[in-house]
Design a protein around this ligand. Structure first.
Ligand SMILES: [Zn+2]
Length: 365
């Protein structure tokens, strides 16, 4: 155990729920008009959060967990949390799920939370987001984490995420680096290695490092093993620099009946590129361009989408030309990463509709 907390109040109401094949959950709260309904409604959701997190990221290792009204906001401890608990239902559920997910990322995988806040708060935000999405059947876009990162970039306040938590100039730079950039780090890793290797890696990371103190390298080595890719370049760029990703679709021209699409790496942060071409007949084709630093490729993610694998893009080159074996007139649009898992800071240049491309032709020719 890395920490402890206790709470006592003669006015507490005590409810219990049993997680199937999991811990007994205890709820301690002062029942009043602001808590009576919300704390009851939260209980089956807490059960589902535990079930999802155990199934997805590794089994919760203890027999009990207590959700206690107290403190100010939400604070995680081993086997319990103290949460304020008088807000809205959505707010209460969100705080509960976040604090519960800390049972994985901090209480079981006890990384140094001041040095590697992104492995603690970021992984926790990521996991609790996916747990709540699984209950409401929503896709895992992690859109809120991306929005907060983009907003920080635009503010000019971004600092490197590898910094000690106490040494940021602003609380906003710290919290976005820890919570949002940590969550985006994982979602973007899915883009690089694919969902299957990613979730396999998350479980292997948990089972290998539970009850220990993993460091960034320990996580990266597991992800490299499950994906068969070299990934330290990604860790270094995202966590140890403030370089940004920005890819764009450049000129689109026709050559001998083929379409030549120029891709531009505008940002300093290199990434593999998923380029989806939509044809006039409605069919789509994915052109996959790995980054040479990967020393490997992502497995096919969507078997219903035709994928053409292209040679790796050396990270030093600012442009790359893709040959599409169709005429320009057969193409409707060209888009970089329609999944929007890549944290591209300027998505405006990611999509090119071909009517627009034709407009650039010299009218005198
Ligand atoms: Zn937290």
């Amino acid at each position: 155990m890395i920490d402890f907390a206790w709470a006592a109040d003669p006015d507490y109401t005590h409810d219990q729920q049993q997680v199937p094949n999991g811990p007994t959950l205890h709820f301690f709260y002062q029942k009043n008009e602001r808590t009576a309904n919300t704390w009851k409604n939260m209980q089956p959701i807490a059960v589902k959060v535990f079930q999802f997190l155990s199934a997805t990221f590794g089994k919760y290792p203890f027999d009990t967990y207590s959700i206690i009204q107290g403190g100010d906001g939400g604070m995680e401890y081993p086997m319990c949390t103290l949460i304020l608990g008088e807000g809205s239902q959505a707010g209460l559920n969100g705080v509960m799920a976040h604090e519960v997910a800390h049972s994985w990322y901090q209480m079981t995988l006890a990384s140094n939370e001041a040095l590697y806040a992104w492995m603690d708060e970021g992984f926790t935000d990521f996991a609790s987001d996916e747990a709540l999405n699984s209950i409401t059947n929503e896709p895992n876009t992690h859109a809120g984490s991306y929005a907060s990162y983009f907003s920080l970039v635009n503010s000019g306040l971004q600092e490197v995420a590898s910094q000690h938590a106490d040494h940021y100039n602003t609380n906003r730079a710290y919290s976005t680096a820890a919570y949002s950039m940590g969550a985006v780090f994982l979602q973007q890793l899915k883009y690089i290695i694919g969902d299957e290797a990613f979730y396999k890696g998350m479980k292997r990371y948990y089972n290998t490092w539970k009850m220990k103190h993993p460091e960034p390298n320990d996580f990266m080595r597991i992800m490299e093993k499950v994906s068969g890719q070299q990934l330290h370049w990604y860790y270094r760029y995202w966590i140890q620099t403030t370089k940004r990703i920005d890819y764009g679709v450049g000129s689109v021209t026709e050559l001998n009946g083929n379409t030549m699409v120029e891709l531009q790496r505008v940002g300093e942060f290199p990434m593999p590129v998923d380029l989806v071409v939509t044809y006039q007949d409605g069919s789509k084709e994915l052109f996959y361009i790995p980054l040479n630093e990967q020393l490997g490729t992502k497995p096919v993610e969507d078997k219903t989408l035709k994928r053409t694998d292209l040679p790796a893009w050396p990270w030093v080159y600012p442009t790359y030309t893709v040959q599409v074996n169709r005429k320009v007139s057969e193409i409707k649009s060209i888009e970089i990463d329609p999944s929007q898992r890549m944290a591209d800071i300027n998505r405006k240049n990611n999509l090119k509709a071909i009517a627009e491309a034709k407009a650039f032709k010299d009218p005198t020719q």
